[in-house]
Design a protein around this ligand. Structure first.
Ligand SMILES: C[S@@+](CC[C@H](N)C(=O)[O-])C[C@H]1O[C@@H](n2cnc3c(N)ncnc32)[C@H](O)[C@@H]1O
Length: 244
């Protein structure tokens, strides 16, 4: 018996990857505005831009927050993971102006805390001002290079780690974390697609190369679960496989 499906069919799984591909946008005529419509729907449901816009920021004149702050859609997704995991202790690498740290600090509340590492003196100073401005008292900022700071931190206490700075050192950072974190910790590496540079045979940037090196290492690994979510510039979530 033949049956009719009420929509398109895909021949390959990759055709189902993104909502704006043929499969995901089959019934809409307005292909041009489809991505912005999805964004508005996501925002309308979870209100992430409203939360974001409530954050008051000091920033240097020549640097706009949008330049390096994580997108609200990504932060709201990470907040969801943090909530589901009931994570209370968060570590971040790369504070910038403090936006993601503030999001995390608000999520974990007074019973939780955030440690954020920032090597730039100016950014660590400004983010401290921003924590005060936004009345969050549960963030501890470490003004140091990630690699040296990680050696002096008890990594076992964290249940969620957001790596968003020092892309060049992503693999080095993972190698420090992999033997020292607790088995229930989730690590999220931001910018996992690095603006497409990871697909160049010879990467155009050192950051892209750093991200690619981590991914090549993780492809061969068998001890960690890995999932790359193609949201924004890509996030790569990693956690330890349960021992069977
Ligand atoms: C993408 S921004 C972080 C954005 C921030 N997480 C947010 O969403 O608001 C990256 C930050 O990492 C910092 N950074 C770069 N290399 C670093 C290193 N080796 N150690 C610590 N911080 C570093 C940069 O100075 C920059 O402020």
């Amino acid at each position: 018996m033949k049956f009719k499906i009420a929509g398109p069919s895909a021949k390959k799984y990759f055709e189902k990857l993104l909502p704006n591909q043929k499969f995901g946008s089959y019934w809409t005529k307005d292909k041009k505005n489809y991505v912005s419509k999805i964004y508005r729907l996501m925002n309308g449901l979870s209100g992430f831009e409203k939360t974001y816009s409530k954050i008051k920021l000091n920033y240097p004149k020549h640097i706009k927050p949008e330049l390096m702050s994580t997108a609200p859609s990504v932060l709201s997704f990470l907040q969801y993971i943090i909530r589901e995991k009931k994570a209370k202790k968060i570590l971040e690498i790369g504070t910038f102006l403090g936006v993601s740290a503030i999001f995390f600090a608000k999520e974990v509340g007074q019973k939780g805390s955030v440690v954020s590492i920032e090597k730039g003196e100016q950014f660590s100073k400004i983010s401290k001002e921003n924590f005060v401005k936004n009345k969050v008292q549960n963030i501890n900022i470490i003004n140091d290079d990630a690699i040296s700071a990680l050696k002096n931190i008890n990594l076992k206490k964290f249940n969620f780690i957001f790596v968003d700075g020092s892309k060049v050192n992503y693999l080095k950072i993972f190698k420090i974390l992999e033997n020292k974190i607790n088995p229930y910790c989730t690590i999220c590496f931001d910018d996992a697609l690095y603006h497409g540079d990871i697909f160049n045979k010879k990467t155009k940037t050192n950051h892209g190369l750093g991200v690619k090196k981590l991914q090549n290492y993780l492809k061969k690994d068998k001890k960690w679960n890995k999932i790359l979510v193609p949201i924004s510039n890509g996030i790569l979530l990693v956690d330890k496989k349960a021992k069977s």
